[in-house]
Design a protein. Structure first.
Length: 436
């Protein structure tokens, strides 16, 4: 985790003290249920909760010092708690194994992280929707292969982003549900030394579902799905970031990141205004996607468990969620303050002499009885003259002077095919599909 790209609420989930607090809650809730079952004295859970009610400081360095000797993090924690609580603490962890604590804790952390990410997505969706409605009918050129194609509106570009991130939200909700499971099943997951009702009790207290079957560890296909979902969201972030970066190029300059007072773009060139935020988002997206592959490789563990997944998750758990949280917030800021230049959009559309209307003329010729092959040839031969002149001559003028074209279409019919508004007649339909 890089502090530069970390926000407090998400980072707090992954701090050592927060992790140890979840460990304690799992142990105390399990001891509480074991007391009700008569396996341990009920006074054991009371002693734990009484100590917890004093709002104790979790002494992370002290726990780390014990672990330096035991070489086992859960034992180190249990030893430290026993030193604080006293004799009743010996009843903690009855019939449990370390993975019961570690895996259930990771489930809590990932579920809480997902809750923050869902809030981030809601804020991003709201920003995109506001700007989409603002530019619903702002004409701009649509590009395929980076080349002028046909007109769209800037609102439609943003509506597409909205629909994509709405799908991301749906996927993340499903991934959260899938990851939020509790396993308190003991060694190799057989419940031989602990009653399944303990697992149910802990799950209820922590807001988790019961893992149907664990093999001492929660199956890692759940985690693979979770981190893959984060990777897909990162891909969507990069798609928007790349769009902004292209639109900010000097030759295009249809939109650009907000440039704040006092901001500097280059140490050498005072004129520079660079798309640094969206370039940064592209880099962060690469990292988040990179965390998905180790999660996929974690699925195949040896037999009922090994710990090859453990070190991986100590990296990717905090790093992926913290980075994605930052990236979503950054993208929201970019969209919210994005500078949009309709006049430049119109200028760019006009610079190629009306080539963007070529398909309408092609279709009109076919409807007038010209074969598609001949219609394509007639329009293309005039379009290439415009292309090669870099827009110095207009497609409309060339078509009106082409005897083969005017033999099939009247001047008025040709001119009618150059109406920009024609392309936007279904914008309301698309917006209704996207926004409801």
């Amino acid at each position: 985790m890089v502090p530069r790209y970390a926000r407090p609420a998400m980072s707090a989930i992954w701090e050592a003290e927060a992790r140890f607090k979840i460990w304690f809650e799992i142990e105390a809730h399990a001891t509480e249920k074991l007391g009700k079952l008569g396996v341990v004295p009920e006074s054991a859970a009371k002693a734990l909760w009484d100590w917890w009610a004093t709002d104790p400081v979790i002494d992370v360095p002290a726990i780390d010092a014990i672990e330096a000797v035991t070489k086992h993090d859960v034992i180190a924690f249990l030893t430290w708690v026993a030193e604080q609580v006293g004799d009743e603490a010996r009843f903690m962890h009855q019939g449990m194994t370390s993975s019961d604590v570690l895996d259930t804790t990771l489930a809590v952390q990932l579920a809480r992280s997902a809750d923050i990410l869902l809030e981030d997505l809601d804020l991003l969706l709201a920003a995109i929707k506001r700007r989409a409605e603002e530019h619903k009918y702002t004409p701009t050129i649509g590009r395929s292969h980076g080349i002028h194609a046909e007109p769209v509106t800037f609102g439609l570009k943003l509506a597409q982003a909205y629909a994509e991130f709405d799908r991301c939200k749906t996927r993340l909700i499903a991934a959260r549900e899938e990851i939020a499971t509790c396993a308190i099943s003991g060694a190799v997951g057989t419940f031989a030394n602990i009653d399944p009702s303990v697992e149910a009790h802990v799950a209820e207290k922590l807001g988790l579902a019961i893992e149907p079957i664990s093999t001492q560890v929660i199956p890692r296909d759940r985690h693979a799905m979770f981190f893959s979902t984060l990777a897909v969201i990162a891909g969507s972030i990069e798609r928007v970031a790349v769009e902004v970066r292209h639109l900010q190029r000097t030759e295009v300059l249809e939109a650009e990141e907000y440039f704040s007072p006092g901001q500097k773009g280059s140490s050498a060139m005072p004129h520079k205004r660079n798309p640094i935020l969206t370039e940064n988002l592209t880099g962060q997206a690469r990292m988040i996607r990179g965390y998905a592959m180790p999660a996929l490789e974690n699925v195949a563990l040896w037999h009922e468990r090994d710990i090859s997944h453990s070190s991986v998750e100590r990296f990717i758990g905090p790093d992926a969620t913290i980075t994605l949280d930052f990236a979503l917030a950054r993208l929201t800021g970019v969209i919210d303050k994005l500078l949009i230049y309709p006049e430049r959009m119109q200028k760019n559309m006009d610079r190629m002499g009306g080539l963007i209307h070529s398909q309408r003329v092609l279709l009109a010729l076919t409807q007038a009885g010209v074969s598609r092959e001949d219609a394509y040839r007639l329009v293309q031969r005039n379009a290439m003259k415009v292309w090669e002149s870099d827009g110095a001559v207009a497609l409309l003028d060339l078509l009106k002077a082409d005897d083969e074209v005017t033999a099939a279409l009247s001047i008025e019919e040709i001119e009618s095919k150059f109406d920009l508004d024609y392309h936007f007649k279904e914008v309301d339909t698309i917006f209704a599909r996207v926004f409801g």
